[in-house]
Design a protein around this ligand. Structure first.
Ligand code: GN1
Ligand code: MG
Length: 550
């Protein structure tokens, strides 16, 4: 057994006296870690501090812990662990996280023994745990609980204060890559991204139908704080007009604004001036999601969501790589929530292969890593691009190849700069925005030009409350329901009655409910289809509360 130098007494005493388990119900490490009402999370944070130290020792590197509930309301909070390469916590450890969170206070030490001995964890290393938090008022006290857990096992917490989730992922990877990926400071992050952006933009800031002004909805959260640093670094190359900044406004985090609100309600956010045809974007509460939109002359809000962002990026990268003359295996990853019209466009027009993954960035990320260039986005605007190490090396090697033309060398350098603009560790709203702005600028496109590529199928997302959402199980990247028996047959029968109809159901990983998605040829039909399916779920899966209605 590995040598144990930690002080069991401290672990238990801290648990009992400062962070006792207050909740009787079990919590589960879900799609995005633990999420709940902030007031119930103190002991979970403490235990995640313990687990983070164990994970860091096991991986022999530093790990991150982000305190955030993303797009959820302000009274909520949550926690997720970041692995040494900047990715989400490896799935097999999610089970440990759930176990750690749910055992009784006096069993905590036993569970630590269990994991240490099962995984042969060397307990003498002094590991660093990078801690970040969003702007929620509950975050500082939860961070204190987390740090108590880290200290109880003699880890070293490094508090980055208020940062976006993707910034923390970036810092973790920078540290573990020994700065090869970048400098693990906020300044290092701003400098890397803004230098790449300015290099790509060149001297002329406008081009064709593209104008260098964007309205930015910060969701009254950390994105609003951080975009100000970018604005300073970017100067006049991009004029970001910022709205929904809790410091100057009175708005509440994610309340009637932010990327989730705009996407789910398919509507223009509060707090942003309604200027016809003006390009706007929203980020969510921890700035890892991005949605674009504009208002037409009839005040109708047109959304350009994650599907469109993914397509814009994939098409651009495909063209860029083609001009280098290098062979590349480029693919796109979507979830079942991707609009059917986007999938048709990618596969039929762009001729780029599409893979499907389960909901949750961790699944998309790993699927995307199978390609040399893997573009992945959830329809809600969460995504990034990953490049295989071998591909980056291939690019660098090609720069030394004298048989390639000057144009090809220029294109290779440009692709390398684009890679610098991207936060490959996880979806990053600000980095994604800078990339979208770069592409629109390079093509000379307005947001309307971008939208013209294809027409989305009208769609509708609904929620159904049921007694036990784990009763519903799915397969085929969540597109087919296995349990309860017979539900999928019923859905198929309903869908068959709708032109271009598609619908699926799955239990949410972040909320205690079942989600129903539907799309069809018109909005009325998409609404009707989702309602019919939602009612079926309610009937066949022990619905609770009022029946679903539109
Ligand atoms: C339909 C939808 O938007 N689902 C979201 C939501 O997951 P659910 O498991 O559906 O609750 O939150 C996840 C974490 O932010 C995000 O990855 C995912 O896309
Ligand atoms: Mg988020």
């Amino acid at each position: 057994m590995a040598n144990n130098h930690f002080n069991y007494k401290t672990v238990y005493a801290f648990a009992r006296e400062m962070h006792p388990k207050t909740e009787k119900f079990d919590v589960q490490y879900g799609t995005a870690g633990f999420r709940a009402k902030a007031s119930t999370l103190g002991y979970v944070m403490y235990r995640m501090g313990l687990l983070a130290v164990l994970r860091a020792r096991y991986k022999k590197g530093c790990v991150g812990v982000m305190i955030t509930a993303s797009h959820n309301p302000e009274p909520d909070n949550g926690v997720k662990l970041i692995d040494p390469c900047g990715e989400m916590l490896e799935q097999s450890w999610e089970l440990w996280a759930t176990k750690f969170a749910n055992v009784a206070d006096d069993e905590l030490v036993d569970v630590i023994h269990e994991i240490v001995s099962k995984l042969d964890i060397e307990m003498t290393q002094r590991v660093e745990i990078l801690v970040g938090k969003d702007t929620r008022p509950s975050s500082p006290s939860l961070a204190k609980a987390l740090c108590d857990g880290i200290l109880a096992l003699s880890g070293k917490p490094i508090d980055y204060g208020i940062v976006t989730t993707p910034q923390l992922h970036y810092f973790v990877y920078c540290k573990n890559s020994k700065h090869e990926y970048g400098i693990p400071t906020e300044e290092g992050y701003y400098t890397k991204l803004s230098n790449a952006f300015k290099k790509l933009r060149g001297e002329s800031f406008n081009n064709g139908n593209y104008f260098n002004k964007i309205l930015f909805d910060g969701a009254n959260g950390v994105g609003a704080k951080k975009i100000k640093y970018f604005q300073e670094c970017l100067g006049d190359s991009l004029k970001i007009e910022m709205y929904n900044d809790e410091l100057i406004g009175t708005g509440k985090l994610n309340f009637m604004c932010g990327a989730d609100y705009v996407k789910v309600k398919q509507t223009f956010p509060n707090g942003v001036p309604q200027i016809t045809e003006q390009r706007c974007c929203s980020v969510d509460g921890d700035a890892d999601r991005l949605i674009y939109y504009y208002l037409d002359e009839n005040k109708k809000c047109h959304l350009l969501d994650g599907d469109r962002i993914a397509i814009l990026i994939a098409e651009y990268l495909k063209e860029m790589v083609e001009s280098t003359g290098l062979e590349v295996d480029l693919g796109l990853v979507q979830t079942a929530y991707a609009n059917g019209a986007s999938t048709d466009y990618i596969t039929q027009k762009l001729k780029v292969p599409v893979s499907f993954a389960c909901t949750g960035i961790k699944y998309l990320h790993h699927e995307a890593q199978k390609f040399e260039i893997g573009v992945y986005f959830e329809a809600n605007g969460h995504g990034t691009i990953v490049f295989k190490k071998e591909f980056k090396e291939k690019l660098k090697l090609a720069l030394e190849n004298t048989s390639l033309s000057n144009e090809q060398h220029g294109a290779i350098k440009k692709v390398l700069t684009i890679i610098d603009l991207i936060n490959e560790t996880v979806g990053d709203a600000i980095s994604d925005m800078l990339l979208v702005e770069t592409i629109l600028h390079s093509k000379g496109w307005s947001i309307q030009d971008w939208e013209k590529k294809y027409t989305d199928l009208p769609n509708r997302l609904m929620k159904v409350s049921v007694k036990d959402r784990t009763q519903i199980t799915t397969t085929n990247s969540e597109r087919t329901c296995i349990k309860p028996d017979g539900l999928q047959d019923e859905i198929d029968t309903i869908v068959a009655r709708y032109k271009a109809g598609r619908s699926f159901v799955r239990p949410s990983g972040t909320e205690d409910l079942v989600r129903v998605y539907a799309e069809a040829i018109s909005q009325e039909e998409a609404d009707q289809l989702s309602l019919e399916v939602a009612l079926k779920v309610y009937d066949m899966a022990d619905g609770i509360g009022p029946k679903p209605s539109l």
